[in-house]
Design a protein around this ligand. Structure first.
Ligand code: ADE
Length: 267
């Protein structure tokens, strides 16, 4: 029940093709963490900073410990039944989560706002470009960054819409995964990356890796730029690039290649 299915959303592709001028309110990213100081240095850099300055994205941070209920500001406790490590307490997390008001639209309500609460966890569904696109269509995303051995399951049942992992390895906490997700999602918001075509030509768009690219000088350390790119024949260049994309994907990422072939076969 904690992992509500991540349904495909037609809205995301429509939103991607809209100009920034017609976009709704900024997408809100809210980070619940025991280490909120981790976020600003990343979010106040480069494109993510510009997204905020241009009113396309809004970032906020909540210190979970501020919602501890006792005088020792205790946020974790030992698991019932015994076992290793400490768990983040459901009551503390719940209070922190309530403070950011991640209201979900009631069934039948007319509001189009979509909010989701995401728990970063190595047990979650693996994050990918498709998921980033889906989340880019939301109006508010609340990231809950776990620490210690995990979180009390009741918080997951009550508040979490998606459990997401950024890969099959265990990190010390959910802060870096939340930043990875926020970066991947933010750059899909129309207007964040200057040239919309550079998003649609990304590696992984269409399940293929990107073709090799070169800039000046034409010769470097004895290596030259392929002649085809110098000839100005755009059709030939496009054909060469498509071939390179397929060849690279087949060699470097057989898993993606299989996916590509499956989709091509069924489409
Ligand atoms: N927390 C610890 N490891 C993680 C991972 N791989 N993905 C998401 N959250 C995590």
């Amino acid at each position: 029940m904690a992992h509500r299915p991540n349904s495909k959303n037609e809205l995301s592709s429509k939103l991607l093709s809209r100009s920034s001028a017609t976009r709704r309110k900024p997408i809100e990213f809210c980070f619940l963490s025991l280490f909120p100081e981790v976020f600003p240095p990343v979010l106040e850099t480069s494109l993510l900073k510009r997204a905020q300055e241009n009113g396309l994205a809004k970032y906020s941070f909540v210190q979970i410990r501020d919602f501890a209920q006792d005088k020792h500001r205790k946020v974790d406790d030992t698991p019932y039944g015994g076992g290793e490590g400490m768990l983040l307490k459901a009551d503390v997390l719940y209070a922190a989560w309530k403070s950011v008001g991640p209201r979900r639209p009631r069934p039948g309500s007319k509001t189009k706002a979509k909010a989701a609460t995401i728990l970063l966890s190595p047990q979650g569904k693996k994050f990918d470009q498709e998921m980033a696109k889906e989340f880019a269509s939301y109006s508010k995303l609340v990231f809950v960054c776990g620490h210690y051995e995990g979180v009390d399951e009741r918080f997951i049942d009550l508040c979490v819409d998606f459990e997401v992992s950024i890969g099959d390895y265990v990190l010390t906490g959910g802060e870096l995964p939340a930043l990875v997700m926020a970066d991947a999602i933010s750059r899909l918001i129309p207007g964040v990356v200057g040239n919309a075509r550079s998003v649609s030509g990304d590696s992984l768009e269409g399940d293929l890796l990107k073709y090799p690219q070169f800039t000046r000088p034409r010769e470097f350390q004895g290596l030259t730029v392929p002649d085809i790119l110098m000839g100005g024949n755009h059709k030939a260049i496009q054909t060469w690039r498509q071939k390179e994309m397929e060849e690279r994907t087949r060699l470097k990422r057989p898993d993606l290649w299989e996916k590509y072939l499956r989709k091509k076969g069924s489409g």
